[in-house]
Design a protein around this ligand. Structure first.
Ligand SMILES: Nc1ncnc2c1ncn2[C@@H]1O[C@H](COP(=O)(O)OP(=O)(O)OP(=O)(O)O)[C@@H](O)[C@H]1O
Ligand SMILES: [Mg+2]
Length: 308
């Protein structure tokens, strides 16, 4: 098959994957998504493969008692697009599929993962290792907010110290057996994403974005950074796509019209999920029950992750 034919097939399959989900064709779509992802994942699957890609000078030690099969970074070019929500939701969705899941909260100055999962510190340790907190759905969590005496105390540290803490979370947490670890990154392309890309065996990244003009530039920044660091891009998630009026059902494009399909096509990456602006989602996150949100919008994303 030529590159062009292959691309056409991928485009057609991804389009169907993102179409309104009709139960009758879901099974077929999922099989197609699996095939696409298999092609994409073939060369970059698992922490072992990731280690081979990484410059050994930067790779940090694993915790000898942790066995983490896949590490997925969740990034965005700018803040507030729902990166933590997507990180937590992906973990919850994969958990519902029966996988052991974990979230490493690498957003040291703006940690929001513990709150979304309803876990509170202090995390305990045994003198050598720290234990992750376990959320109501079984997802293991480590975050700076589980270390602080006061959850509302600000973390006012310089970049290298912050990056060092992220490394400690990887090495010094007793993660145990984890099928999928999701790393919630701070927004942008600063110190922490650099550290995570360089020193953790990342399978790939998911880029989260919102439907605005400037998104194209922002997605491309994240895309280019991943390219520079030799980290595969698994796909893009568009958040805040529309708000459905509770009275008339009209879909309002709060952040403007979406350009995600064009951008994804241009960059040749799949759109893994398109999420509406849903006040109930925010409410559950605020109440520490993000895992009680419907995981249906993440079906396509989970299909891709499942076969990594
Ligand atoms: N699809 C959605 N519908 C409703 N609320 C949402 C949605 N996605 C995110 N939110 C809410 O918007 C707020 C910001 O989301 P979130 O914290 O996930 O963004 P972020 O990109 O991680 O932000 P930051 O850059 O500060 O880390 C949160 O209160 C969250 O609950
Ligand atoms: Mg966040």
């Amino acid at each position: 098959m030529t590159e062009e034919e292959k691309q056409k097939q991928i485009d057609a399959a991804v389009e169907r994957l993102n179409a309104k989900r009709d139960p009758e064709v879901v099974a077929k779509e999922q099989e197609e998504a699996r095939i696409i992802a298999e092609k994409q994942a073939k060369n970059h699957s698992g922490t072992e493969a990731a280690r081979a890609r990484i410059n050994p000078d930067f790779l940090i030690d694993d915790n000898p008692q942790s066995h983490i099969k896949h590490v997925i970074g969740v990034v965005s070019g700018k803040g507030g697009v729902g990166k933590s929500t997507v990180t937590a939701s992906l973990a919850a969705a994969m958990r519902q599929r029966g996988f052991e899941t974990a979230v490493l909260d690498a957003d040291i100055t703006g940690p929001s993962i513990p709150r979304m999962f309803g876990v509170h510190g202090p995390a305990v340790g045994d003198g050598t290792y720290m234990y992750p907190e376990v959320a109501g759905d079984g997802t293991k969590i480590m975050s700076i907010n589980l270390m602080l005496d006061d959850e509302e105390a600000p973390v006012v540290w310089r970049g290298p110290v912050i990056a060092g803490v992220v490394k400690q979370f990887w090495t010094e947490t007793l993660w145990g057996d984890v099928d999928y670890m999701f790393v919630d990154m701070p927004p942008g392309t600063g110190d922490v994403p650099l550290t995570v890309f360089q020193s953790l065996p990342i399978d790939g990244i998911v880029i989260v974005t919102s439907p605005q003009e400037l998104v194209q530039m922002i997605v491309k920044k994240a895309y280019n950074m991943a390219g520079m660091m030799n980290v595969p891009i698994l796909g893009v998630v568009e958040n805040y796509r529309y708000l459905e009026c509770p009275d008339c059902g009209k879909k309002i494009s709060v952040f403007g019209e979406s350009h995600i399909d064009e951008v994804a096509k241009e960059l040749n990456i799949p759109v893994m999920a398109k999420l509406p602006l849903d006040p109930k989602m925010a409410e559950r996150a605020d109440h520490g029950e993000i895992y009680n949100n419907s995981v249906a919008p993440f079906d396509g994303a989970c299909d891709i992750l499942s076969i990594l």
